[in-house]
Design a protein. Structure first.
Length: 286
């Protein structure tokens, strides 16, 4: 019986095919560069799109809740000290857009809750009671230092919120006749006192003193956020703060016709809107 000829072994197609090793290497590198570029662009878009809320922070009784109520309802409402954050959706007068405004209590036990909302904030507004800043400037500066530290500690992949300092209750300021406005005097006062107190904390920190107590050697804080560069030679100045631009506005809440207040307190027209500067700034920056 004649032997059958063996069947020919099928040829295995080369995976490389007509492409050379060099060509595949170039293609792989090009693909890798494309993927990295897309990831970077998406990351930047995500970072820039993060943060749409207004975060109200500051010392207790500074007026944060009153500002939130006035922005929300357009009028002054009775408020009380709270230990829980609150939020509302607010539509500004000249805009159809709606923003979330978050009010963080200023009590030392709960004021750190702002960190939980920092990622969704586009603007952090630090509210200062202009009428009391002269006697509690050190405590207010300590609180603001926490905010400055957090803003300068935001990862490079994220866009930090803008910082706005609100000199509130300008209607309670006694201003000289030569002053241009109570708002201008209030802002100057707040800025001067806070710069002085923050620079004291900076100097104390450089000397190894615990900045939380400005005199306690033990447990010296390593909290940053006060770095400045410019003609001041390192002294803290808002205009030279390395964390970014700091904006200031003055504000007050209208008393209303039925409010119990002396004639001296009613320095402004009762129908005036004491949040004009704030509203205009938010219209441009939110």
């Amino acid at each position: 019986m004649a032997e059958q000829a063996p069947e020919p072994t099928p040829e295995v197609a080369s995976l490389v095919g007509p492409f050379s090793t060099q060509t595949l290497l170039v293609a792989s590198l090009s693909l890798a560069v494309l993927v990295i570029t897309l990831v970077t662009l998406l990351g930047r878009r995500k970072a820039s799109s993060k943060g749409t809320a207004l975060l109200l922070v500051g010392a207790p009784d500074a007026g944060k809740t009153s500002i939130l109520s006035a922005l929300y309802s357009g009028r002054r409402l009775q408020t009380h000290t709270s230990l829980q954050p609150s939020s509302s959706l607010v539509s500004l007068l000249d805009s159809k857009k709606t923003w979330k405004v978050i009010d963080i209590p200023g009590h030392p036990r709960v004021r750190d809750h702002y960190r939980e909302h920092l990622e969704e904030a586009k603007v952090v507004a630090f509210v200062v009671d202009t009428s009391t800043i002269s006697r509690n400037g050190s405590a207010v500066a300590e609180h603001l230092h926490l905010i400055l530290h957090s803003l300068t500690s935001v990862p490079p992949s994220q866009k930090p919120p803008s910082l706005l300092i609100i000199a509130h209750k300008t209607d309670l300021m006694r201003t000289p006749a030569s002053a241009t406005s109570a708002s201008t005097v209030s802002i100057t006062r707040v800025k001067t006192i806070l710069e002085r107190e923050l620079d004291r904390r900076r100097v104390a920190q450089l000397g190894g003193v615990g900045v939380e107590g400005l005199g306690e050697e033990e447990g010296a804080s390593e909290m940053g956020g006060l770095e400045c560069s410019g003609d001041s030679g390192g002294a803290f100045r808002f205009a030279e703060w390395e964390g970014g631009e700091v904006a200031f506005v003055g504000s007050y809440i209208s008393l209303g016709p039925n409010a119990a207040a002396s004639d001296d307190e009613k320095k402004v027209d009762e129908d005036a809107d004491g949040l004009v500067e704030l509203r205009e700034w938010l219209e441009e920056n939110l």
